[in-house]
Structures are given as structure tokens and as C-alpha cells.
Design a protein around this ligand. Structure first.
Ligand SMILES: [Zn+2]
Length: 95
């Protein structure tokens, strides 16, 4: 490759970089990145315990799909002392 070709390529790259920069600057997406919502966010987040309705804090973002428990109730759930009732429709008995 000759020096001239190199220089031309460099110019093209510069122009491309300029265009790309401009385009990127213009393209400020107002919608949040969905991956940010998926990523573990820095807690704690305020939440209401699904069992005792006490205000508590959880290290993860409450999704609203799964019940959130305070430390006390979570310990009970983990140990099996408290079995949360399924909120979804129970599976129909077979037969
Ligand atoms: Zn609780």
C-alpha cells in the first residue's frame, strides 16, 4: 500500500468517524435500555412485606410478580414456618 493510499484511507476513516459521531450524537434514544431494567440494580428498594404488610427494604427491585417479605417473614418462608399461598390459580386436579 502506497503512502497516498494510506492517506486516502485515513481521510475516509476520519470522515466516517465524523459522520458516525454526528449520527451517534443525534441518536439519543429517549427509551431506557431494557437491559438496565434487567440488571441487578443497587438497592435497597422500599417494599411492603407480602405477609405482615410491614414496610421493608429489599436488595433487589421488587417486580410485583413475586411476593416480597421483610427479614422476619423471609426467614419464616425459608425455614418453612410460613408457606405463602399461591396467588395464581391453583392447578386443576387431574381426574
Ligand atoms: Zn413481614
Amino acid at each position: 500500500m502506497s503512502d497516498r493510499q494510506k492517506e486516502e484511507k485515513r481521510q475516509r476513516n476520519l470522515e466516517y468517524a465524523k459522520k458516525f459521531k454526528k449520527k451517534k450524537k443525534k441518536k439519543t434514544a429517549p427509551s431506557p435500555n431494557p437491559f438496565i431494567l434487567m440488571a441487578p440494580a443497587a438497592g435497597p428498594f422500599p417494599a411492603t412485606c407480602a405477609r405482615c404488610k410491614k414496610q421493608t427494604e429489599v436488595p433487589f427491585r421488587p417486580t410485583g410478580l413475586k411476593p416480597v417479605y421483610c427479614d422476619e417473614c423471609f426467614a419464616m418462608v425459608r425455614s418453612g414456618a410460613y408457606v405463602p399461598l399461591p396467588t395464581e390459580a391453583e392447578p386443576a386436579p387431574v381426574g
